[in-house]
Ligand binder design. Sequence first.
Ligand code: CA
Length: 237
Amino acid sequence: MRVVGLTDMGLVRQNNEDSFWIDQEQGLFIICDGMGGHRGGEVASYLAVQTIREYMETNRHQAPAGTLVQSIEQANRIIFQTGHENAHLYEMGTTITAALIQDFHLVAANVGDSGLYLIREGVIRKITHDHTLAEQMLAEGVLKPDEIKDSSYNHILTRALGIDTAVKVDVFEEDLKPDDILLLCSDGLTDMVPDEDLLKLILQAGNDMEQAAQALVQEALSRGGHDNITMVLLRLN
Ligand code: CA
């Protein structure tokens, strides 16, 4: 497996509230996009990554899907509790997208709007569904698909970690193949760069995941870099 993680503050924000984690040995990959003032977003995304990786390490021989969901629920409780015990961290929250890859089997889990994409045989497909008001309005027929990108509801999360005592986690499972590419990323990338351009830039870089990740960041920056840009990009052998 070739894997690279990259984060960039972008051109507008004064801090970086995204976090990522790569554990190649366990096959665990995480992206979190934090929110909340006074450093709350940074704390929330950091707490999520640390809680999930520790939980997965401790329970590594348990059933993967259930354990991944439990680790995210545990992160939710810790962020919620920490936010309520520290006035300056009140109402901090974070998205979470995690991928656990073992023996060419993917278990993915997400809350919020950090995406997971599968690129196979020249086609890009989003595996996760975003938990935003715009996606909810699309599901209810209030918005049309082509109205999503420009909708102001596209940035309003309907779910995040740390906001309530309980959280609903979505789980996706896929069998993977050699040469499959997975991209986990914060919305600072996907708001700036449309899916077809993500695909084009990744394919142009061939097998070089480092080069592909750099190209994606440069593209997001050249289009304005409005937000923190973070990704984990990996290709299976
Ligand atoms: Ca963001």
